[in-house]
Design a protein around this ligand. Structure first.
Ligand SMILES: Nc1ncnc2c1ncn2[C@@H]1O[C@H](COP(=O)(O)OP(=O)(O)OP(=O)(O)O)[C@@H](O)[C@H]1O
Ligand SMILES: [Mg+2]
Length: 330
């Protein structure tokens, strides 16, 4: 793809210093490596899935990517423009701010209970797009409510008067109303029951096709990502371990961690169940991880001595697949 990516991150790191890191602290500084050396590009209209177990850094990466938090190292470019060194305040004032919108996991927590649905949706427009007048504001709010299948009589309600699925739609409407290029969705359906989840996923897919908005879809559920995304990025302990097209990841997973994740998915068709690959052992600590040991070492069914001597780098193959493993499956 030659088109300029909406967002491009290079060797991104986000480390948290634990215990304040002050002068009085004894011993080496404790740094939690939430995101380590992650590179990723998202192109217009694409849907990319970001998966991995709890604590692997998905939310931290999403927040840094949206410039809601500062990276420790690495570069972030939006539409070719380097925004890494902009302060949060300067970024908020920049026209790029509205181009990337984040939708949070729990719609109940992210919706101000004192706002009506109309004002919840109008709020980002007022903040980021300065509508000319009340009539324009109303037109835009109603258009986006229609686009996310939110009946207009609901606009005068408050969040506690909505169902979970309706709240999820309000969250998506709030993000879509400023006509972004990219929606970053952090487990947007995990609080919903399965049937409601499916309608929200269909809605997101339709918005992508009709409005051309790209999606970065964060989930620990590979099945959900499979339905929506054409490309999948798998993270483990702050690093990308494998990335590729949805077909590559599902038909021929090569990293031991991806293989274990996939083997845990129940399939409906008899005889199709993959052999379950279990990761035994304790995960390594994300605090001051050794630079010379593979992060999966200790749990990996394919590990050998080399894996605790030299940590593998992420290598992109001629087929476009990224892989961080000395001994991947064929
Ligand atoms: N503000 C913070 N200070 C210190 N550590 C943090 C902070 N925020 C996140 N972490 C740590 O960073 C790591 C990554 O957390 P993150 O929330 O990004 O994971 P996640 O993949 O989104 O997990 P989940 O699937 O549970 O949402 C975890 O070890 C977490 O404890
Ligand atoms: Mg998270």
């Amino acid at each position: 793809m030659t088109e300029t990516p909406i967002i491009e991150i290079e060797n991104l790191e986000k480390h948290f210093v634990l215990g304040g890191g002050g002068m009085l602290q004894r011993g080496p500084v404790q740094k939690l490596h939430a995101v380590d050396d992650v590179s990723l590009a998202i192109h217009p209209g694409e849907a990319v899935g970001l998966v991995g177990e709890s604590g692997c850094g998905k939310s931290t990466l999403s927040r840094v990517l949206c410039r809601l938090a500062d990276p420790t190292a690495g570069r972030i470019r939006m539409k070719g423009q380097d925004v890494t060194d902009l302060t949060t305040a300067a970024f908020t004032r920049s026209p790029l701010r509205r181009m990337i919108q984040m939708v949070f996991q729990d719609p109940t927590e992210s919706l101000n209970p004192r706002f009506t649905v109309f004002d919840l949706i109008a709020d980002p427009l007022r903040q980021l797009a300065a509508p000319a007048n009340r009539a324009e504001l109303k037109t835009k709010v109603e258009a986006v409510a229609n686009a996310v299948n939110l009946p207009l009589p609901l606009l005068s309600r408050f969040p506690h008067q909505l169902s979970g699925g309706q709240k999820a739609r309000v969250g998506i409407a709030r993000a879509m109303v400023v006509e972004p290029w990219l929606l970053v969705l952090d487990e947007p359906t995990s609080a919903l029951d399965v049937s409601v989840q499916a309608t929200v996923l269909q809605l997101l897919d339709r918005l992508r096709r009709e409005a051309g908005v790209a999606l970065l879809f964060v989930s620990h559920d590979l099945n959900v990502v499979r339905l929506l995304c054409s490309r999948i990025v798998v993270m483990y302990l702050g690093q990308v371990v494998e990335s590729g097209t949805t077909e590559q990841i599902f038909n021929q997973p090569r990293h031991p961690y991806t293989r274990a994740l996939l083997s845990a998915i129940p399939t409906l068709r008899a005889g199709q169940q993959r052999e379950r690959i279990k990761l035994d052992g304790e995960p390594q600590s994300p605090v001051n991880p050794s630079p010379s040991i593979c992060r999966l070492y200790g749990r990996c069914p394919s590990q050998q001595d080399r894996c605790r001597q030299i940590a593998p780098e992420l290598i992109t193959g001629t087929d476009g697949r990224g892989l961080r493993c000395h001994f991947p499956a064929a």
